[in-house]
Design a protein around this ligand. Structure first.
Ligand SMILES: [Zn+2]
Length: 305
């Protein structure tokens, strides 16, 4: 009840744009729904959390509204994935010169290069500077790094609740360890010769590294989901699918599936839907990070074994 009342008060204060309002709790903004869920696990009721992107939104191409910009301006802390995933944040930070409140959760992760971007000879990403694969959450071990970064940032800003944040982070860490062990067990059911994926964009690199799968090819070149395949690149992918005996094409929930549908049609293998760059809606199949991973692992094992 206290939380509800507080939320109403802050909500009303926001509507009237009251200056210098008292912050009862840290005002926290998270970019994607996946970042938001993990921040919620660690911050719990001690923070007032706004998740910027709606479920299903593509973080690579997201453009903040003026209302979003106001939320970012008001925030005490802004949690982002980093590694170039949220291009709009880089533009905002460059515009404002204000980076002190921004916490990149993927700092400290052993990163992968955004591979396949050079294959068609074009520069990587929209602005030609994207070099690393930002989809680190596909390995729960990397999300353990996130939880440590979240707990450290919240504790530094709000030392009175540091013990709570550390306890929440520890509990989340245990959940992630169990999730990882479960995923490993499930993937073991796939015969080694079947452990190959064709994917809409380069989103399963960390997953493949952790669980011993191979990315046979991507429909769209690179990690950004914003490129468009050439006819030659599509033909090469379809050739690789046939040559390697790839058993399914996987398409994520934040991209237009039409190209992946075409590849599946041309090659006669199933198109399998996964949750990649966003959670589902709260009443959907992947309303939390853990549910997203369990959904994806189950679907991948079902398609490849
Ligand atoms: Zn992506």
């Amino acid at each position: 009840m206290l939380g509800l009342a507080l939320g109403l008060v802050l909500g009303l204060a926001g509507c009237t744009a009251a200056p210098a309002r008292e912050h009862a709790r840290p005002q926290v903004v998270a970019t994607t729904t996946i970042v938001g869920d993990v921040v919620r696990q660690v911050g719990g009721d001690a923070i007032d959390l706004t998740v910027l992107l709606p479920a299903g939104a593509d973080p690579h191409s997201f453009q903040p509204t003026p209302k979003d910009a106001a939320r970012l301006a008001d925030a005490d802390l802004i949690f982002i994935n980093g590694l170039g995933l949220e291009g709009f944040m880089e533009r905002l930070v460059q515009g404002s010169g204000d980076s002190a409140r921004i916490v990149a959760l993927s700092d400290g992760v052993a990163t992968l290069a955004g591979s396949h971007e050079h294959e068609d000879g074009r520069p990587a990403g929209e602005a030609g500077h994207q070099e690393l694969d930002p989809h680190v959450w596909m390995d729960p071990g990397n999300v353990q790094v996130w939880t440590r970064n979240i707990a450290a940032a919240l504790s530094a800003f709000d030392p009175a609740n540091a013990a709570l944040y550390q306890a929440n982070a520890q509990r989340t860490d245990q959940t992630l360890q169990a999730l990882d062990a479960w995923a490993e067990e499930q993937i073991a059911q796939i015969p080694p010769a079947h452990r190959r994926m064709a994917v809409d964009h380069q989103v399963f690199g960390y997953f493949a590294r952790r669980y011993g799968l191979e990315i046979a090819g991507t429909v769209v070149p690179g990690s950004s989901a914003m490129g468009a395949p050439s006819a030659q690149a599509l033909a090469a992918l379809e050739d690789a699918i046939g040559r390697l005996g790839v058993r399914a094409v996987f398409v994520g929930n934040t991209v237009n599936p039409s190209m992946a549908e075409q590849v599946a049609r041309d090659t006669g293998i199933p198109l399998v839907f996964l949750y990649t760059d966003s959670l589902s809606a709260p009443d959907g199949a992947a309303p939390t990070y853990e549910a997203l991973m369990r959904y994806n692992v189950n679907a991948i094992v079902e398609a490849l074994r």
